[in-house]
Write a new protein. Structure first.
Length: 255
């Protein structure tokens, strides 16, 4: 249940983002919830031998093989592979937009390079290549167990970001302007925000409470510490960048 916010990272490239992006986020959450739950229910009902399936290296593949045979198992696993590839492309695009936005606002190393936009594609090419290169390096350099810990950490970080975003929203909601035609929850706005924060706290507890999550929690703590140190450096060396209103695409240098 993470990744639904990726649409927000592409808002600057969307038409009528105040209307379309919230709809995309809500729609993705609904679709993932309904389809994901149906898939989980179907898998659970299809289990014929719980101990044996639990001992399998890939329980989902084992359930598919038992119920549909080896040929359909491979077909469905190919479909799942394409789904993972699509999710990876979306994650790369979303992360590249984050790098671009921070670089554009003077809050990212090598900002003059990372904020460049290609003339033909009109996309942040250097930022995209950076994210792609980092992903390849991590995949090649880290052993399987360490990579799994990093993937687990990547589920904790979004939950922290979601929670921080909600807290920030609750703190400044009274000063936010309203745009005509944008998504507006009306009187349900505050209850939804509070419920979202409560849900995020529960999700964080579930993610960090198992003892197996200790290494992932340490990784998250290290990343937060690195981010805090970078913030302090920016605060001491380029405070103006932190206090300046973020720019727009029209102000970006293009190659």
């Amino acid at each position: 249940m993470v990744g639904f916010d990726s649409a927000a990272n592409l808002a600057e490239e969307a038409k009528d983002p105040h209307r379309t992006v919230p709809r995309a986020i809500v729609g993705s959450v609904v679709a993932a919830s309904v389809l994901g739950m149906l898939f989980l229910i179907a898998l659970t009902v299809a289990i014929t031998d719980v101990p044996r399936v639990s001992a399998e290296a890939s329980p989902v593949a084992a359930i598919m093989r038992d119920q549909l045979g080896p040929v359909m198992e491979r077909v469905l696993l190919v479909a799942i592979t394409f789904a993972f590839f699509g999710a990876g492309v979306v994650s790369m695009a979303a992360c590249a937009r984050l790098v671009f936005a921070m670089a554009r606002d003077g809050r990212f190393p090598a900002g003059r390079l990372m904020r460049r936009v290609g003339r033909r594609t009109r996309t942040p090419v250097p930022a995209t290549l950076l994210i792609f290169a980092l992903g390849v390096v991590l995949m090649v350099a880290l052993p399987g167990a360490a990579l799994l810990e990093l993937i687990t950490a990547s589920t904790i970080l979004p939950a922290l970001i979601y929670g921080a975003t909600i807290v920030l929203y609750l703190a400044v909601r009274g000063r936010l302007s309203r745009r005509k035609g944008a998504l507006d929850l009306g009187r349900f706005e505050l209850p939804v925000a509070i419920c979202a924060l409560a849900w995020t706290l529960v999700a964080l507890f579930v993610l960090v409470s198992p003892k197996e999550a200790f290494v992932s929690v340490v990784i998250v703590g290290g990343l937060l510490l690195a981010g805090g140190l970078f913030f302090l450096v920016m605060l001491m060396t380029d405070r103006e960048a932190l206090e300046t209103e973020p720019g727009t695409l029209g102000e970006v240098f293009r190659d």
